[in-house]
Design a protein around this ligand. Structure first.
Ligand code: CDP
Ligand code: CDP
Length: 240
């Protein structure tokens, strides 16, 4: 059966990581979280006190940084990790999951030179196909020829509530309205930036999972993927 490249884009808390991870597991594909790369670079910038509007310093930082995504072990997965993230060889899987890092990531993600470096890495990582990559510009910029593109969405209130619950589980004391504000600020910056903004690709299927859980959403996407796999396998047979 033909192996697809599946691009899943959408705003914060729409379920991209959880759903993409599950889709990849059901199809036997590789799962890649592009946002984790922006977060890892942001963590490095914060640790070095680099101003988040300093374009040239951040471009240099991106060029001199090695970020790697790895599939988690069963134990790491049970602890909630979907991709393990290594920053210059050090495991930063947990450290990148804070609101501060998320906001910093969305600021440095507005810089064209930073995006160029990370997009090239993402293209290399997903080059073999049989991959589910999620982010903001996967269907528009990273893999514009992906055989299946999904734009995942949910209402801002539901997305914020999902994130708030995650903070609660980690013992972090944010109010729901603080989390809603954080999500709104980031979505606005991500959608309005000049370079590779968050937009639905023309050929992306819109999946609104406001009222669906992760499993239901993943199964809808797997059904679409299996249809595409069949179509491509048939087309390849006709060409042979
Ligand atoms: O990656 P993204 O920010 O788009 O979302 P996520 O990290 O996959 O999902 C945020 C939280 O919402 C996770 O705790 C998911 O389990 C949960 N979620 C949910 O309850 N129902 C969905 N349909 C999708 C995600
Ligand atoms: O998990 P969540 O949806 O909250 O965010 P993420 O996917 O980890 O991404 C963090 C930030 O990185 C986003 O707010 C975007 O600014 C940026 N990002 C991007 O610009 N392009 C991508 N392909 C992925 C993430």
């Amino acid at each position: 059966m033909a192996k697809l490249t599946i691009a899943i884009d959408g705003p914060a808390g729409s379920g991209k990581s959880s759903v993409a991870r599950r889709v990849a597991a059901l199809l036997g594909y590789l799962y890649l979280d592009s946002g984790a790369m922006y977060r890892a670079l942001a963590l490095k910038a914060l640790r070095r006190d680099i101003a988040l509007d300093s374009e040239s310093a951040l471009e240099d930082l991106a060029g001199g940084t090695h970020i790697e995504l790895q599939a988690p072990t069963a134990q790491q997965e049970a602890a909630g990790a979907k991709n393990c993230v290594f920053l210059d060889g050090a495991d930063v899987t947990q450290e990148i999951r804070t609101s501060e890092v998320a906001q910093a990531a969305s600021r440095l993600a507005t810089i064209a030179g930073v995006r160029e470096v990370l997009v090239a890495e993402q293209q290399r990582a997903g080059a073999g196909g049989g991959v589910v990559m999620e982010g903001r510009d996967i269907g528009t910029v990273v893999f514009p020829r992906a055989e299946l593109k999904i734009f995942l969405d949910a209402s801002p209130e539901v997305r914020a509530e999902r994130r708030w619950k995650e903070h609660q589980e980690k013992g972090e004391q944010f109010t729901l309205s603080e989390v809603l504000e954080e999500v709104r600020v980031r979505d606005k910056r991500d959608s309005e930036r000049k370079v590779s903004p968050l937009v639905r690709a023309e050929d992306a299927v819109l999946v609104d999972n406001t009222a669906m859980d992760v499993e239901e959403t993943a199964r809808v996407i797997v059904m679409l993927a299996q249809e595409r796999e069949k179509e491509l396998t048939k087309a390849a047979g006709r060409e042979a």
